[in-house]
Design a protein around this ligand. Structure first.
Ligand code: M6R
Length: 608
């Protein structure tokens, strides 16, 4: 949440910062600002409510400066307006800061400062940082920041400028990501690598408790006691073209279409037909250790949680290991029972979700072995987990997660397959699953080729204010995911439910203005789902079904049906979810929504 960018070098800093902020906009987009300077001139600070394109309007070409910091905000404290936008300055204007995170004791600090005459401008928690740095400024910015940080309670990624020390940025991290980009006679600082990818592929990831000083000449990483920390320069594995829209209208549309390739990549080198099993090298576990696993707990939020629910269902079904998925925000505070023969998986596209990160640390504190399933390479969860697997879906920019979800599923299927093969699953059954998995990308392509049919459905149904998404078994979490997608980008209210559960309450909602979207695979529960459809129809409910090619019975009952290819009965979640993603996308388009940056949301939720 919130994006930070910093630059020191010879280029026009305002351009680098605006470009960087544009790339980071998915982290927060309610207001933005930059502050630039050059030796011997005053800082120029421009900020405003709105998107980066609005900020660009007030940053004229004549904003000179070769170093500076910028910020794109997702409001936590104080309403969305020009004043609360970052950067924030100290009272005299000598200190300028940008901040990502939450300063929990800001009111206490602010009251203390007010008692000695300080007058604050904004309602933010962040402004207090600039005031404190000014108050304690010793003539050395690094030293002062080191002295001020222990006064702050909460989380931060910060970048700081001081007028007396032109060309220098001091950054610090505690709970909010910061990465350094190393260029030739130029240095970059950012919340994530997408902001710097256009300029350098050399990154240094800061850990919590670390600080950095940047000048165009180079950088110095150190801790709060001023002990030097040697950091490794790592190559960023992503290409710039991966974060372009490539002819699609929206990132979400592009990412839905990328699933054919991203699922293939997730499987690549991880399925072995000779031994009819899967292999996930990054788990750092020997087969005999995996064999001792008695329980699996999957920890995640949002879409990743829905993937986790399917993962747990599948591991229990295929490998006969007790498995469950937990919301990270809840697990952290329930004093979880952590056992040595349990394997914990944290699932996070961004690898930065605060709830998931803190839940992971709590399990680790209790001695649990935690493995990560992340997409963003070098992210905090990826680095702090005890092993794990990268999704390799490529950068996911749209706030609504799509391709990461199917890649998370892919990893869970490989995992369940290998755990099952170590126990009782036969070579024949293992091979059958692998062969079916390998056909999935082609099946998904066939669904995408019919996207216009879903677009037609969206044209017909986007006028409704409430939806039910219904499925059973492995497809119940898919119904939850479909409902989440629809509400987050179209703002239509939707509930994802077990089709069996509606008669225990939600059926009261059914009338001709609340359509139900049923997921009907040809699995063991198909007939039961059809019965649930009839129950809805009997109450005048409108029915949309996603069913398997040739299922005329479902087509006869539903008002509208979208057909997907036939696959193995355990693999339908992959094929069921894609039509729901497209449905949400086209409904949002019909309603004129901001698909990639829906209101009130941000891509990675780095605050609790
Ligand atoms: O980066 P993560 O996978 O940890 O993010 C978890 C959720 O915040 C995320 O999936 C969110 O629900 C998405 N906006 C859903 O589309």
């Amino acid at each position: 949440m919130c994006g930070i960018v910093g630059y020191c070098g010879a280029r026009a800093a305002s351009e680098v910062l605006l470009e960087g902020l544009k790339r980071l906009e998915y982290r927060g987009y309610d207001s933005a600002g930059i502050c630039v300077g050059s030796s011997g001139t005053d800082f120029e600070l421009l900020k405003r409510k709105g998107k980066i394109r609005d900020l660009r309007e007030i940053v004229g070409k004549d904003v000179a400066g070769t170093f500076g910091i910028g910020h794109t905000r997702w409001a936590t404290h104080g309403e969305v307006n020009d004043i609360n936008a970052h950067p924030h300055t100290s009272e005299s204007g000598d200190v300028v800061i940008v901040h990502n995170g939450i300063i929990e004791n800001y009111l206490e600090l602010r009251t203390l400062l007010e008692k000695t005459g300080s007058v604050f401008q904004s309602d933010t928690d962040s402004e207090v940082i600039a005031y404190l740095i000014e108050k304690y400024y010793s003539g050395n910015l690094e030293e002062t920041v080191r002295k001020v940080l222990p006064l702050l309670k909460g989380t931060y990624g910060i970048a700081v400028l001081h007028k007396n020390e032109p060309g220098k940025i001091v950054g610090a991290r505690n709970g909010s990501p910061l990465v350094l980009g190393v260029g030739n006679q130029e240095m970059f600082l950012a919340s994530d690598v997408t902001a710097i990818l256009a300029y350098t592929k050399n990154a240094v990831y800061l850990n919590d408790g670390e600080l950095v000083t940047l000048t165009s000449e180079g950088y110095r990483t150190f801790d709060i006691h001023d002990t030097l920390i040697q950091k490794q320069v790592e190559e960023i594995g992503w290409e710039l073209e991966q974060i372009e829209k490539k002819g699609f209208d929206h990132y979400m549309e592009k990412e839905i279409h990328e699933q054919v390739a991203s699922i293939r990549r997730a499987f690549q080198g991880r399925l072995n037909k000779d031994s009819a099993t899967g292999h996930l090298g990054g788990l750092n576990m020997l087969p005999y250790e995996l064999l001792q696993v008695k329980r699996v707990v999957i920890i995640a939020a949002g879409t990743s949680y829905h993937a986790g629910l399917i993962g747990a269902y599948l591991i229990e079904k295929l490998a006969r290991i007790s498995a469950s998925a937990e919301l990270s925000s809840e697990l952290r505070y329930k004093n979880p029972v952590v056992e040595h023969d349990t394997l914990y998986f944290v699932v996070s596209q961004s690898g930065e979700t605060a709830d998931t990160l803190y839940a992971m640390r709590e399990v680790q504190r209790k001695g649990g072995r935690v493995l990560g399933l992340c997409n963003v390479i070098g992210s905090t969860i990826a680095r702090e987990s005890n092993g794990g697997v990268y999704l390799h879906s490529g950068p996911e920019i749209a706030v609504a997660s799509t391709k990461a979800f199917t890649s998370q599923l892919a990893i869970f299927y490989i995992l369940a397959l290998s755990l099952a093969r170590m126990r009782h699953l036969s070579v024949e059954d293992g091979l059958r699953i692998i062969q079916a998995l390998e056909k999935l990308p082609d099946h998904i392509q066939r669904i995408l080729d019919q996207a216009d049919k879903i677009e037609e459905l969206a044209k017909k149904y986007h006028i409704y204010n409430n939806f039910l998404f219904l499925g059973r078994g492995l497809n119940y979490p898919v119904a939850m995911e479909g409902a989440l997608k629809l509400k987050e980008i179209s703002y239509i209210h939707a509930e994802g439910y077990s089709a069996a559960e509606i008669k225990h309450g939600p059926i009261a909602l059914i009338n001709d203005t609340t359509p139900s979207l049923f997921l009907v695979p040809d699995d063991a529960l198909r007939d039961k789902v059809i019965t649930n459809m009839k129950e809805v129809k009997a109450r005048n409910g409108r029915l949309i079904a996603v069913a398997v090619e040739g299922d005329t019975e479902v087509a006869d009952i539903a008002d509208d049906v979208f057909f997907i290819p036939h696959t193995d009965e355990i693999l339908y979640p992959f094929l069921m979810v894609v039509p729901t993603q497209l449905f949400a996308y086209y409904c949002a388009i019909e309603l004129g929504r901001d698909v990639d940056q829906p209101r009130n949301l941000a891509k990675s939720v780095t605050v609790e």
